[in-house]
Write a protein that binds this ligand. Structure first.
Ligand SMILES: Nc1ncnc2[nH]cnc12
Ligand SMILES: [Zn+2]
Length: 339
């Protein structure tokens, strides 16, 4: 059997994406198309101008542009098209399972109904399952810069769609909006049967990861980079095998790391943390799943064995059933043996 290149190896390996904001997949081309049919004005004159504005010094600078982009999404079909474009893209990249976030408040605060948003997204996910065989889970994320009352209202709106939503998350501006602000919302969400995750330790301190664990009872941490500041926290995450959904290109673009050579993913693997590779907001950060794997493999000279470990982690950290996980992990191991 001839050895394939790392690039080809990454392209072909079956993988899951566990940290993806559907609003963050909104490519400028589709944004202009949807804006036109909805008679919405985009403040940048062209697709090129808009892409040029994608240069960020921190999370907040990105969020301002990301929320502005989402303003052109009005109809169920818009949410369908957005989700369908993402699925088409990742299908080409051998992503076989996705657990994606949507931010209802970004839309309901503009007068778009919860129903419109979730129906469009869910229909595309169902079609992706039928046409591409991509399995999925949907995660509803609360915006942490908004108040507890708004999160409670959103949770109420979600209850009729319980069967479509596997879990709840927490995203947006981290610093100054600790997980503790949403302790009661997450308690209610868990009572209603939702699994919980939270962005923590992206820009915020290790303390926020402790809060996500202890107060929100999360099953997974999104990002979690800053756990390395606290040895006892690392020990806890290793002991409980709490997965971290890392996002290398996002970290680079939002200046969480200066250079991908400084990215903590290998240190984390070596310390026994269960880490995964994800794209976060690929339309804004210059790459989908394979580009994330590739950039980290280049920067840190990852071996095929390490890449295989990351792909296996993407399934073990997922919300698939134990049997589904086992089957996917076997597929990845077979791929490694053959390539
Ligand atoms: N990387 C990120 N951090 C926090 N909130 C987000 N919303 C979309 N992407 C995000
Ligand atoms: Zn994110």
């Amino acid at each position: 059997m001839s050895e394939i290149s790392i690039k080809k190896f990454i392209e072909g390996i079956p993988k899951a994406e566990l940290h993806l904001h559907i609003e963050g997949t909104f490519e400028p081309e589709l944004m202009f198309e949807i804006a036109k049919r909805n008679n919405k004005i985009i403040s940048h004159a062209s697709i090129d101008e808009l892409r040029k504005a994608y240069s960020f010094n921190n999370l907040q600078e990105f969020l301002d542009i990301y929320y502005a982009g989402a303003n052109v999404l009005i109809n169920e079909q818009d949410f369908y098209d957005l989700t369908w474009a993402y699925l088409t893209k990742v299908h080409e990249q051998n992503v076989v399972h996705v657990e994606i976030f949507f931010d209802p408040q970004t839309h309901t605060d503009r007068g778009i109904s919860f129903d419109t948003v979730i129906r469009g997204i869910h229909k595309a996910l169902e079609d992706g399952k039928k046409q591409f065989g991509i399995s999925f889970k949907l995660i509803m994320s609360f915006l942490r810069h908004l108040d507890e009352a708004s999160a409670f209202t959103t949770l109420e709106q979600a209850l009729p769609y319980k069967n479509w939503i596997s879990g709840v998350g927490l995203d947006s501006s981290e610093i100054g909006n600790p997980p503790s602000k949403f302790e009661r919302v997450f308690e209610k969400a868990r009572e209603e049967g939702f699994l919980t995750v939270a962005h923590a330790g992206e820009e915020g301190p290790a303390e926020y990861i402790w809060e996500a664990l202890d107060l929100l009872k999360i099953t997974r941490i999104d990002h979690g980079n800053r756990c390395l500041d606290d040895n006892s926290l690392v020990q806890k995450l290793v002991e409980l095998q709490i997965p971290l959904t890392l996002c290398p290109l996002s970290n680079l673009e939002l200046k969480v790391v200066k250079d991908l050579k400084d990215h903590p993913i290998v240190t984390m693997m070596n310390r026994g943390l269960l880490v995964t590779v994800n794209s976060d907001d690929p339309a804004y950060f210059g790459g989908y799943m394979n580009e994330n794997y590739q950039s980290i493999a280049d920067a840190l000279q990852l071996s095929k064995k390490q890449i295989t470990e990351l792909a296996k982690n993407s399934f073990s950290a997922s919300w698939l059933t134990d049997k589904e996980k086992e089957n996917r992990i076997t597929e990845v191991e077979e791929y490694f043996k053959n390539n």
